[in-house]
Ligand binder design. Structure first.
Ligand code: SF4
Ligand code: SF4
Length: 552
């Protein structure tokens, strides 16, 4: 949303008018105040004041916002502060005039960067209580009552075999959660007020019950964002998605051209993604995401990728290449060089408000001012992963026994894991900083990404492998010899579900003397010998026909 519009709403905000929470906004109380989520705009706000929470909770019961403030104990002197906070919430459609009938067109999905909006600013509360609330990152370090960013990989089955797949996906795991078990997990999320779940895989849409689970989730007030390579997003699916406020879609695309994308994601994957994007755009789905893993080969295409997003009415989402899953094997060859990291930082600094990045690039903050996004590692604090068999890990990029917190099949399910896991309790302790503590940039970088350190064999209390001050490179050099991540002492992921035809390893096939390419797997129709051999696309016809051009 533009600054002009922000100002306009602020100016227009009328304390002497009735206001109420929008029907599509939900509040979750937290020790520091509350979190608000709007299912239509997919905007997340943080209330750093329990008084403001009280105002909001009772807003609709009062004839004016002023009366609601007074009833909550706000003094005349404090009123301007509360008015600003309420104006911020009106600006993001969290609250709407109480005398205005509900109209979904009043709140088009704008999808601003998550984690960026705070009613009342980041260093002070919207009101004066509680006075101890400081930076949100400090609050988040202690953990929240429910995750903000819960990733759920529904299946390891995938029609592609991307060389950097963080979960080494390909074959279905026979122990996959059943439909009934998945629904129980969704019931738990609803109880915990998990606002939305990031569904991924594997390719989640190949699960026969995928749409059933999406519908079940949205019917139970758990919004869904799902990541897909686009294989099942035909025109009809796109229309269904466009009609729902509660579902968001991320299309994976790792290059602005087929050549760059397909070298990583497999032959034909660019065309598949392009067709799905065109279908979404033609169906009128505004603000879907185009999700790009930044590599050495696409970092020069950021402008072109932003243009593709703009042309489709979509939003660009950039994520960091982590050495997780098969990514460990290709990380040395694909992760951006030091010069490219700098280039990436400058690009993000110039475009950051339009681009989603989650927690991907806070390790670049020492280059200058902090970038928009979550500037901390949220593993086990605000982030976690449920894998296809129900195991809960601290982070989607940390699928390893060391980061296994529990299992949704255990008594108490996911809620018990989130609230009582000893691993999560440990991760929620204040960070010591270790070798990074003496670094002048520790406050902004905090030592970087835990998973990136772990899977490159670096100590968790040391610098990130892509430390912008060069300490990670030096530490890697000391342990790796010539072979990079995945060699020597670097731990391997706990499981590998890669298709058997896919040789994992470095991009260059030394034996054949040529670059190794990912393959798009052709899956046979023979009945599977074992459940894990099952065709993830059984009964499914791939999309055919020309790519719609209306929105390209
Ligand atoms: S380990 Fe890395 S990817 Fe995982 S939450 Fe922390 S910073 Fe993010
Ligand atoms: S030394 Fe540590 S804190 Fe400093 S920039 Fe490098 S990774 Fe970040």
């Amino acid at each position: 949303m533009s600054t002009e519009l922000n100002s306009a709403v602020r100016i227009a905000f009328d304390l002497d008018r009735p206001w109420r929470l929008d029907e599509r906004a939900a509040i979750r109380p937290e020790p520091f105040g509350a979190m608000l989520y709007h299912f239509g705009t997919r905007n997340l706000s943080f209330l750093k004041s329990t008084t403001l929470l009280s105002v909001l909770t009772h807003l609709a019961e009062h004839p004016t916002a002023r009366a609601a403030c007074t009833a909550a104990g706000v003094t005349e002197a404090e009123l301007p502060t509360y008015m600003r906070a309420l104006a911020t919430l009106a600006c993001s459609n969290m609250i709407i005039p109480g005398d205005r009938p509900w109209d979904r067109r009043t709140a088009p999905p704008v999808s601003p960067p998550a984690f960026s909006r705070t009613a009342g600013g980041d260093t002070g509360s919207a009101g004066s209580r509680p006075a101890t609330v400081g930076r949100l990152t400090d609050v988040f370090e202690l953990g929240l009552s429910s995750p903000i960013c819960l990733t759920w990989e529904l299946t390891y089955a995938c029609n592609l075999a991307c060389v950097h797949c963080l979960s080494s996906s390909g074959r279905r795991d026979p122990r996959e959660l059943t439909t009934a078990e998945c629904k129980r997990v969704i019931d738990t999320m609803r109880r915990m007020q998990v606002f939305y779940v990031n569904i991924g895989g594997g390719e989640p849409t190949v699960r026969p019950d995928f749409w059933e689970l999406v519908d079940y989730s949205t019917a139970h007030q758990v919004g869904v964002k799902f990541s897909t390579n686009g294989i099942r997003l035909d025109a009809s699916a796109a229309r269904k998605l466009a009609a729902s406020d509660y579902v968001d879609v991320q299309i994976s695309l790792d290059g602005a051209t087929a050549e760059v994308n397909d070298a990583v994601r497999g032959a034909g994957s660019y065309e598949t993604a392009t067709r799905a994007m065109a279908n979404l755009a033609a169906a009128g789905f505004r603000g879907f995401k185009i999700s790009v893993v930044v590599t050495r080969h696409n970092v020069s295409q950021l402008d072109a990728l932003a243009k593709i997003a703009e042309d489709h009415g979509a939003q660009l989402r950039l994520t960091r290449l982590r050495p997780s899953g098969r990514g460990a094997d290709v990380w040395p060859e694909l992760h951006p060089t030091s010069a490219q990291q700098r280039e990436l930082y400058d690009w993000l600094a110039a475009h950051g408000e339009q681009v989603l990045t989650g927690d991907s690039f806070f390790h670049l903050s020492p280059y200058g001012k902090p970038l928009p996004g979550l500037n901390m590692c949220g593993a086990g604090r605000v982030v976690c992963l449920i894998d296809p068999v129900g195991d809960v890990y601290a982070c989607p990029f940390a699928i390893h026994q060391n980061f296994l917190a529990g299992d949704v099949r255990q008594p108490g399910g996911f809620e018990a894991v989130w609230q009582t896991s000893p691993l999560f309790a440990e991760l929620r302790q204040p960070q010591t900083g270790g070798a990074c503590r003496s670094c002048g940039s520790f406050d902004s970088c905090r030592g970087g990404c835990m998973a990136a350190k772990f899977f490159t064999g670096l100590p968790l209390d040391g610098p990130d492998p892509e430390c912008v001050r060069g300490h990670g490179e030096a530490a890697l050099g000391a342990i790796r010899g010539d072979h990079g991540a995945g060699a020597g002492t670097a731990p391997r992921p706990s499981a590998d579900h890669s298709h058997r035809r896919v040789a994992t390893g470095r991009l260059h096939d030394a034996a054949a003397g040529r670059p190794r390419r990912p393959v798009t797997v052709t899956i046979g129709r023979r009945p599977p010998q074992r459940a894990c051999d099952e065709d993830p696309l059984a009964g499914f016809a791939a999309l055919e026909g020309p790519v719609p051009t209306a929105s390209l």
